[in-house]
Write a protein that binds this ligand. Structure first.
Ligand SMILES: [Zn+2]
Length: 368
């Protein structure tokens, strides 16, 4: 048997046989039993605070629309049994989707996409069936974000008139959360290797030491490597803490971003964000990181800085996206005819994924 398993270009990655779907559900279940949701509450609230402040400084009408959306969405989610205090403000509402997915597990895969990272192509242990399944799991963060933005775009006229239906509420809460998640590198890819033949579940299975309150690579990034003290949405001083840390983030990026974040910064389309994060961040995240590693000060500092950049640009992009779909700018993308066809997003994604595999894993084939 050859060392490198080759995956030809007509790989059956995109054929969703019943068996594959069952396997996908199984692997998703295994993954989710250990996963935590990026970022922690603080990261999501920072993204929302950055976006909201930017919007209210430039477009008070849109800020008012966002307040209306927050209130209507909160009524809808409270009706589903979630705590209304968690969506009392736009900033806190950015954490709501994690609680929703805790209650409705079928939505957990909305928060991530597992594009495979295989550094050692000669590995004889990597399970290439798992590699293709990981990438093909649906729905993922790209589709859910893209779809939800389109729902807002299509329902814009109603939203402006104050008619906010359940579909709109769900899309709104999804957008303000997932624009954060998609900028957490480990919500975009997972490592397959001799040590992790079936994947490291976005760093959840890769144990690390040396950082307070952090036990694995995924939570190292979720916590922004312990850069800011932990703040939960329900803390009595949550909004004050977020405002204070938001100033720190703004100062950190005031002089601009360093490479590779300048490239990432221009991406707004979800799939482009995922592709760019895969390209730019895989080595930054995984180099010198192995199970049981003690995180050095320089690694910690690097992650803190990288995470600050990513959270800052997520805030910028959330503001831009909300302006594009709901603001008065004439540069909005056209509405598409109702109803917004979810299947169209799935099939577009399958084409993109096939293209990605052909470009990024051309040496891989299903032959033995
Ligand atoms: Zn999440």
């Amino acid at each position: 048997m050859s060392n490198s398993v080759v995956l030809c270009r007509s790989i059956p990655v995109l054929r969703f046989s019943t068996k594959l779907l069952k396997l996908s559900v199984l692997s998703a279940t295994l993954f989710l039993s250990t996963v935590s949701h990026a970022w922690h509450d603080l990261g999501h609230m920072l993204v929302a605070k950055l976006a909201y402040d930017q919007i209210s400084a430039n477009d008070s009408k849109l800020a008012g629309i966002l307040d209306n959306l927050t209130k209507a969405s909160c009524d809808y989610f409270s009706g589903l049994g979630l705590e209304s205090d968690q969506c009392a403000t736009f900033v806190q509402a950015a954490t709501l989707l994690d609680s929703y997915s805790g209650k409705y597990p079928e939505s957990k895969s909305w928060h991530y996409i597992n594009m495979p990272v295989v550094f050692d192509e000669a590995s004889s242990k990597v399970n290439y069936t798992a590699v293709t399944e990981a990438a093909a799991e649906l729905p993922n963060v790209d589709i859910q974000l893209q779809y939800s933005l389109q729902v807002l775009r299509n329902n814009r006229a109603d939203i402006l008139e104050g008619h906010i239906d359940d579909e709109t509420s769900k899309a709104f809460i999804t957008v303000i959360h997932l624009m954060g998640d998609i900028h957490q590198p480990l919500h975009n890819f997972e490592l397959f290797s001799d040590v992790f033949p079936n994947g490291d579940a976005g760093g959840n299975r890769l144990d690390v030491k040396g950082v307070d309150g952090v036990s694995n690579l995924h939570s190292l990034w979720d916590s922004m490597a312990d850069k800011y003290s932990d703040v939960r949405w329900y803390d009595s001083d949550a909004l004050d803490q977020v405002a204070k840390f938001k100033e720190e983030v703004s100062q950190a990026v005031a002089a601009g971003y360093s490479a590779p974040f300048n490239d990432l910064r221009v991406m707004v389309d979800p799939w482009n964000i995922t592709s760019a994060i895969n390209l730019e961040m895989q080595h930054r995240v995984y180099d010198d990181m192995y199970s049981g590693v003690t995180v050095s000060d320089s690694q910690k500092n690097q992650i803190q800085l990288d995470a600050t950049y990513l959270v800052a640009m997520a805030g910028e992009k959330l503001a831009r996206s909300l302006q594009e779909v709901l603001g008065s700018s004439q540069r909005r993308v056209r509405q598409i005819s109702r109803p917004v066809a979810r299947e169209a997003f799935d099939s577009a994604f399958q084409r993109q994924l096939k293209h990605w595999f052909s470009r990024n894993m051309p040496q891989v084939s299903t032959g033995n």
